[in-house]
Design a protein around this ligand. Sequence first.
Ligand SMILES: C[S@@+](CC[C@H](N)C(=O)[O-])C[C@H]1O[C@@H](n2cnc3c(N)ncnc32)[C@H](O)[C@@H]1O
Length: 288
Amino acid sequence: MALSHKVVTGALENVGGALESVSRRLHAAGCDSPRVDAELLLAHVLGTTRSALRADSRRELRAADAAELELLAARRATREPLAYILGEWGFRRLTLTIDARVLVPRPETEVVVERCLARLAGLAEPRVLDVGTGSGAIALALADEHPGARVTGVDVSPDALAVARENAVRTGLAIELVLGDLYAGLPDGPWDLVVSNPPYVRPDEIEGLAPEVRDWEPRLALVGDGATEAVAARALAVLRPGGALVLELAEADAARVAGLLRELGYVDVTTTCDLTGRERVVEGATPA
Ligand SMILES: C[S@@+](CC[C@H](N)C(=O)[O-])C[C@H]1O[C@@H](n2cnc3c(N)ncnc32)[C@H](O)[C@@H]1O
């Protein structure tokens, strides 16, 4: 026991050794990108950047830093999401506070924001509703990137809304946050845009997901049988004529939801792929 402790301590003596040792540990734990994770954890401990670390691989680690890295690596080895361990995560141009109360914002959701910005182009002060706002990622990115937008985020989770509120303060962006259940109807419009990344994992799919998602992210944010359909139907009642609906969804649901939007009377229905080429965003507009 004493010997193995000594070996680990030795491996953490400098930046290069620490990165090597943590990477191996995270690889063994099944993490997808162990080297990047190791670099982000060590950069977090040292208050520096990944590129600075790479340029300084012989830098010696203080015992306190090595001990903190050891704690963070142990957490990551349990497959706790990196974002929860770091306590923050980048989304579009923002760095947001992220913890176990909310879903970790995903790269595909950045595409949702792009589609919203395209729909809002030319509108000076559009009214925007983000349904299931979670950390506030979409709502805040839109307020940031379309100055003048008046954005409201609604969520059924008081915990999630608390994080969104922290993020509004952190980013200095003014958004309205409302506690509400989408199944009870959406906040009164008229809205120029309704956007939603609703929970869309089917209950029977949850066991097949990565441990980071299955064991750590809020079930309320993941599992939602029919939430997408409910948003699409309820948005009709609160969108202005010619207003837009933008939905993130699972690739398997894209064609069906595009069809549903047409059946509901939406026009100009289009589907957009994420950066890996999967159909993940469906949007449409109410007739003008
Ligand atoms: C997939 S997460 C999206 C979070 C954030 N918008 C994002 O894109 O990162 C879905 C969010 O919907 C919320 N939610 C789940 N059921 C809801 C309901 N019935 N009414 C309103 N919000 C709901 C969850 O609390 C969660 O924050």
